[in-house]
Design a protein around this ligand. Structure first.
Ligand SMILES: Cc1cc2nc3c(=O)[nH]c(=O)nc-3n(C[C@H](O)[C@H](O)[C@H](O)COP(=O)(O)OP(=O)(O)OC[C@H]3O[C@@H](n4cnc5c(N)ncnc54)[C@H](O)[C@@H]3O)c2cc1C
Length: 421
């Protein structure tokens, strides 16, 4: 229990996610007194649900490609990755008894596929480094005097003094894991700029009830083109999913950040799904002609089973104004053309991201030009450091976000004392 004033710590780390645990353990290696404060009752709650609880730790892609996954802000990470990248992260976890293996897309997971195990091993390491950890301790404020960190406030009248603080409070999504955006408020209160927060890796809502009528239906091997105010901005192949509110699934999540920003910029966002990307219009038309001939007196709904998933058939018929139970041999050429067009370009209008809460990561955060990328120290406040998602850094799926959290945590923790190289 921390009582009213005042023990002096060299470093206080706020938030025990991957960035905070790495930063705290690393700082403690220089024999400094390190206090790690976590507001929930357990460390690494978000870490334990990553990768569908399998924890996609990092990726085999080369450095340039890795940085590219963070968009324009990726260059900020170059210095951190130079000091602590994939090889160092994997060696670190091997030392902790976490073996890893590579999966599709270069994604690296623990071999036992257990995110909770990664969290446990990380926690053991933190404890072994001598970090003083307190859970259930909500930090409210970073205390600053003459542009220097002097400590933190945990409750109205409770202060803990320190020479430095590392803010690792994560983003503002999946609030149940403790990431409720506190770090943004604390950083802003001491003069930092917060780039507007937006959800990324987030399902998207669509207008009308088209998606709803096919909710639960996954689509594989489709092409998704996205148009921002009429200009094609995204052309992706892969898997997606219809839901009761709109669309989700891998290619939607991957490109959701771009769609969120386009909507914020006032652009109309329209999606065209090509259900048969292996066939051009002419080939698909020929295929339909063949199927209709073979179908003869069969209902169109029966014939369409050869081309579409079950749930999509009534929707296709309604949208193309083709009676569900019309025999194949009575289908007119214009009806067939409408079906070809629909299958090649199923259109949806995107209205908004599902919610801030439902994003897997937060875009925006503490402005990077106010942070020294070599040390993670604030350029405004001496002794204040940042690590992880609280900064204006976000990547798509593939293990990039965790690597960034660990790398920046490592750099912040190692830089907090200049003699700790
Ligand atoms: C469902 C899901 C799956 C994901 N899967 C992957 C994946 O497989 N691979 C990948 O690379 N990324 C994945 N991510 C993203 C990744 O989890 C985050 O980018 C990463 O956890 C960020 O680490 P962090 O330490 O910066 O923040 P967080 O993990 O969010 O940790 C922040 C910590 O700070 C604490 N805190 C907040 N405010 C306070 C306060 N005021 N006082 C004290 N403590 C506070 C929080 O309780 C929390 O424990 C996933 C995210 C989600 C939501």
């Amino acid at each position: 229990m921390v009582t009213n004033r005042i023990r002096l710590f060299d470093v206080i780390v706020v938030g025990a996610g991957p960035a905070g645990m790495m930063a705290a353990g690393q700082a403690a290696k220089s024999a400094a007194s390190v206090l790690l404060l976590e507001k929930t009752d357990a460390v690494g709650k978000k870490l334990s649900i990553t990768g569908q609880k399998r924890c996609n730790l990092t990726n085999t892609i080369d450095l340039a490609g890795f940085i590219g996954h963070f968009g324009r802000n990726g260059q900020f990470l170059r210095q951190s990755f130079h000091r602590f990248f994939r090889a160092e992260l994997l060696a670190f976890f091997t030392e902790l008894g976490v073996e890893t293996e590579v999966e599709r897309g270069g994604r690296i997971f623990p071999s036992n596929g257990d995110a909770a195990f990664v969290t446990e091993r990380l926690l053991d390491w933190v404890k072994n480094t001598g970090v003083h950890l307190i859970t259930g301790q909500h930090v409210h404020q970073i205390l600053v005097k003459d542009r220097r960190v002097t400590g933190i406030h945990i409750k109205q009248d409770q202060t803990i003094c320190s020479r430095s603080a590392i803010l690792c409070t994560g983003g503002a999504t999946y609030r149940g894991t403790g990431s409720t955006g506190d770090g943004y408020r604390m950083a802003q209160a001491v003069g930092h700029t917060i780039i507007p927060l937006r959800p990324a890796l987030v399902p998207m809502k669509t207008n009308g009830d088209l998606a709803q009528r096919m909710q639960g239906l996954p689509l594989r091997n489709i092409r998704m083109q996205v148009f921002f105010s009429g200009t094609r901005a995204i052309d992706a192949f892969g898997e997606m999913l219809f839901t009761h509110f709109g669309i989700s699934g891998p290619i939607v999540l991957t490109h959701s950040g771009e769609m969120v920003d386009a909507l914020r910029g006032g652009k109309a966002v329209k999606i065209a799904i090509d259900l048969k990307p292996a066939l051009d219009h002419g080939q698909l038309d020929q295929r339909l002609v063949r199927e209709l001939n073979d179908g003869g007196k069969q209902y169109i709904r029966t014939m369409l089973k050869h081309l579409l998933p079950h749930k999509m058939i009534p929707v296709c018929c309604e949208e193309c104004q083709v009676p569900f139970d019309k025999p194949c041999h009575q289908i007119k050429a214009e009806e067939r053309k409408r079906m070809v067009e629909w299958m090649k370009s199923l259109e949806l209008t995107v209205s908004a991201p599902l919610s801030m809460e439902s994003g897997m990561v937060t875009m925006g955060g503490i402005a990077l030009d106010e942070i020294d990328s070599r040390t993670m120290m604030s350029k405004k406040i001496n002794g204040l450091y940042f690590a992880g998602e609280v900064m204006d850094l976000a990547a798509d799926t593939g293990g990039f976000n965790l690597q960034a959290a660990f790398s920046t945590g490592y750099v912040a923790g190692s830089s907090v004392f200049p003699d700790n190289k």
